[in-house]
Design a protein around this ligand. Structure first.
Ligand SMILES: [Zn+2]
Length: 254
């Protein structure tokens, strides 16, 4: 009887020891585990770059980045879109100023165009103002002539000469500028010193290259290294810096 009692006590003691060591093991595991995750968090596994500024990638600390988008009234006249998807009907500018060669431009931007041309000339470049404002009937004539030249293919014609009411030449805010010694309007115009200067400096005068080569699918117009559009200096600087076309820029305000 006495012997069996001490056996029970022994078994109980062993059981107690087992439970205690198990508890100790769990505590040790937990203690070991915690600091490891804490140490791992400063270097997020998804970032290949060294973490510079802060240790935390906590969402509450991410602030909306300050937008450098110009604070302009996008409904202003200088941002008007004229394209196949944004027809302007028989719109005409409120006032026109006649420049060299009898070409006309919206009076509100005529000085800017003149300064742009003068700026190029002051660099010794040979500027030819080839086309500027075209009214609705001028555009009709050009479009119909192109349709005829292409054997009645309206769609093909529209990719070269825009149908009346869809050309921004009708806004009086764009100009076709070519080199006096290279007046042909082809993509090769981009090789002239004139184009290279104009592309680099147009934004300073409030102009953009309206139909860039890599935006044909957005503008719906072929690459035109001669066609410059007035949008004002702020918008021109932003558009040029960010490599946008006018459509993409306007979309940022929607
Ligand atoms: Zn043009």
């Amino acid at each position: 009887m006495k012997q069996s009692k001490s056996v029970v006590m022994g078994v109980f003691f062993i059981f107690l020891l087992l439970v205690l060591s198990l508890l100790l093991l769990v505590r040790l595991q937990a203690a070991n585990h915690l600091p490891r995750t804490a140490a791992a968090s400063p270097t997020p596994f998804f970032s290949p770059l060294p973490v510079t500024a802060s240790v935390s990638a906590a969402p509450e600390e991410t602030e909306e980045p300050e937008s450098d988008l110009p604070r302009i009234d996008i409904t202003g006249w200088q941002y008007t879109l004229a394209s196949a998807s944004h027809p302007i009907g028989d719109y005409a500018p409120p006032a026109l100023t006649t420049l060299e060669g009898g070409h006309q431009f919206d009076s509100r931007a005529a000085v800017s165009l003149q300064n742009f041309i003068d700026g190029a000339r002051s660099e010794g470049l040979s500027v030819c103002l080839s086309s500027a404002y075209r009214n609705y009937s001028d555009q009709s004539y050009l479009y119909n002539r192109k349709v005829q030249q292409l054997g009645g293919d309206y769609e093909a014609a529209a990719r070269i000469v825009l149908p009346p009411g869809t050309s921004e030449h009708q806004l009086g805010l764009c100009a076709d500028i070519t080199d006096q010694f290279y007046e042909v309007k082809t993509a090769a115009l981009e090789n002239t010193a004139l184009f290279q200067w104009m592309q680099e400096h147009c934004a300073e005068y409030g102009f953009i290259l309206r139909y860039p080569a890599d935006k044909e699918d957005i503008t719906g117009v072929i690459y035109e290294p001669w066609h410059f559009r007035y949008v004002g200096e702020e918008a021109a600087a932003y558009i040029t810096e960010h490599g946008l076309c006018l459509e993409e820029f306007l979309e940022l305000y929607e």
